[in-house]
Write a protein that binds this ligand. Structure first.
Ligand SMILES: Cc1cc2nc3c(=O)[nH]c(=O)nc-3n(C[C@H](O)[C@H](O)[C@H](O)COP(=O)(O)OP(=O)(O)OC[C@H]3O[C@@H](n4cnc5c(N)ncnc54)[C@H](O)[C@@H]3O)c2cc1C
Length: 485
């Protein structure tokens, strides 16, 4: 499909009735915006509002990671002079341990209460929520089957499909929910796994490997590539690999899992190179499959790609008139923030509002490992391929005074500016809470700020963000003296 470049779409049919299939971030954000604009909105959701994002993916995993981070900080606190136990005792009890049933209870409670909050605010906005399974029966009509088996047809003027994705399974490594797990089943454990083998070194695999290690498990990460996080900045991946090595995460690189079987007390993972790994549990993190089967797409004229994703353009239109799609079912970029943006864009477009098409190069994203890796804009790989002519400054955090106070020894800030103009076009931050530090650089990329704008903005002294402005200041030299290497 062609890219839509116009900023404004003509008033075309401004639908009164909008039906949304799926109540995750792609669906519920669209519903809120559409209801706010006065449309009659209905969401069909079969599992719970908030979707997988809230119930099984983002919220539980990031809550688990928050506990892992608390453990890391407690265990690292002796370096700050913190002691536990009797004041005068020279025996220090410094080893923290995770009460896993409490940890998991907490995160499930949080996920369900977040789902209820979303349900309540969506309903309060005037959106009708129908619990049931939906499928398109005409381009803009949805047939809903409730849990009780009753069927109704919902007629609408426009539809948004936001059905998300589910974990990919390998035939020879079927999750059983006890020892062989996918990420939706990882929260049933009542004890820290003795030895977790994580298959897949993408974002999900790396995050779980990092978290389980910090929580006290032995961890082996099976990675098919030379380096973990193959899609991320390779300097950042290298920092993470070093951090994994120091923390004791074993990485079986350049190897794929051929099969995973249960043994009497655990699991046996056989790799394609013949090696066999024994562990207590195995977490499969080998990607997601879009929920696009048997929901009437073909009959409605909604095209899918070879991978099963719904084909959409940058204003969320599918190939069928009046049918939009948002989120993981489109395969644009599997992030909750992108799903929500696609949903909002769909509503703006169908209502003839000014539309800013989705621009993936502006998406700020984060890998919640320890340390975190946050990125926005142009990547090092794109620069290396010659796609962009840039100046680059990479500044290690080790020299930052706040980092020293916080005992942060790894991590960096990297900023890319366009050669000649000095506009900030990309950045990578590797640090604890990099997810919070990336925002000023995302602002800079989105609003095409000059490196001097970043360098000239006050930062708190001492602060990690001081390194953001320092990196920009160093880039100024490249802009001012273009012949600098
Ligand atoms: C472990 C993990 C961690 C992640 N962490 C992050 C993170 O930190 N930050 C981030 O931005 N992203 C993260 N993601 C990605 C994020 O979860 C997804 O991008 C996001 O959930 C996509 O939202 P969505 O609305 O497309 O789909 P979903 O959240 O999957 O919601 C889709 C909803 O549609 C419903 N549905 C499907 N089919 C039907 C049907 N036929 N009838 C009725 N209802 C239906 C489902 O029940 C589901 O509730 C993570 C993903 C994983 C796997």
């Amino acid at each position: 499909m062609g890219t839509v470049t116009s900023q404004t779409s003509a008033k075309r049919f401004a639908p009164d009735r909008i039906a949304i299939l799926g109540g995750g971030p792609g669906g519920y954000e669209a519903a809120m915006v559409a209801a706010d604009a006065g449309a009659e909105v209905t969401i069909v959701e079969e599992k719970g509002m908030g979707g997988s994002a809230v119930l099984t993916d983002v919220v539980p995993s990031k809550t688990l990671i928050a506990t892992a981070d608390a453990m890391r900080r407690v265990n690292a606190s002796t370096a700050f002079g913190v002691r536990f136990g009797e004041h005068s005792s020279d025996k220090y009890e410094t080893e923290a341990w995770a009460d896993f049933s409490k940890v998991n209870q907490r995160l499930m409670k949080l996920a369900h209460s977040q789902s209820r909050d979303i349900h309540a605010s969506v309903e309060a906005a005037g959106v009708r929520i129908i619990a049931g399974h939906g499928r398109l029966v005409a381009p803009t009509n949805i047939e809903v089957t409730t849990e009780a088996g009753e069927t109704t047809v919902l007629e609408a003027d426009a539809v948004i499909i936001a059905t998300g994705a589910h974990p990919r399974e390998l035939g020879s490594a079927k999750p059983d929910g006890e020892r062989i797990l996918n990420w939706t089943q990882a929260y049933n454990l009542t004890e820290v796994p003795e030895h977790m083998i994580v298959v897949g070194s993408g974002v999900t695999g790396a995050e779980f490997a990092s978290a389980y290690r910090r929580l006290g498990a032995d961890v082996t990460l099976v990675s098919s590539r030379d380096q973990v996080l193959p899609g991320e900045d390779s300097d950042a991946a290298s920092v993470l690999e070093n951090s994994f090595a120091r923390a004791g995460v074993k990485v079986a690189s350049r190897s794929r899992a051929e099969s995973v079987e249960r043994t009497e007390n655990g699991v046996k993972v056989t790799l394609t190179d013949g090696r066999v790994l024994d562990g207590s549990h195995c977490l499969m993190a080998v990607g997601g499959i879009p929920n696009t089967e048997n929901i009437g797409l073909e009959e409605a004229g909604v095209e899918t790609t070879e991978s099963g994703h719904i084909r959409v353009d940058t204003v969320s239109r599918t190939t069928a008139a009046g049918v939009y799609a948002a989120g993981d079912c489109t395969g644009m970029m599997p992030l909750a923030s992108v799903a929500a943006m696609q949903g909002r864009i769909a509503v703006a477009h169908m209502q003839g509002e000014a539309v800013k098409p989705l621009q993936l190069h502006r998406v700020a994203s984060n890998v919640f490992t320890s340390p975190e890796i946050a990125t926005v804009g142009v990547t090092q790989a794109q620069v290396d391929s010659g796609k962009y002519q840039t100046d680059v400054v990479k500044l290690d955090l080790a020299t930052n005074p706040r980092a020293k106070m916080m005992n942060i020894r790894e991590g960096f800030v990297k900023i890319f500016s366009r050669k000649g103009s000095g506009t900030v076009i990309g950045a990578v931050v590797v640090a604890p809470r990099a997810s919070e530090l990336i925002f000023p650089l995302a602002l800079a990329v989105t609003h095409k700020l000059h490196v001097d704008d970043v360098a000239g903005t006050f930062t708190v002294y001492p602060s990690l963000s001081g390194s953001l402005s320092e990196a920009a200041r160093r880039l100024h030299l490249h802009v001012a003296e273009p012949n600098q290497s």
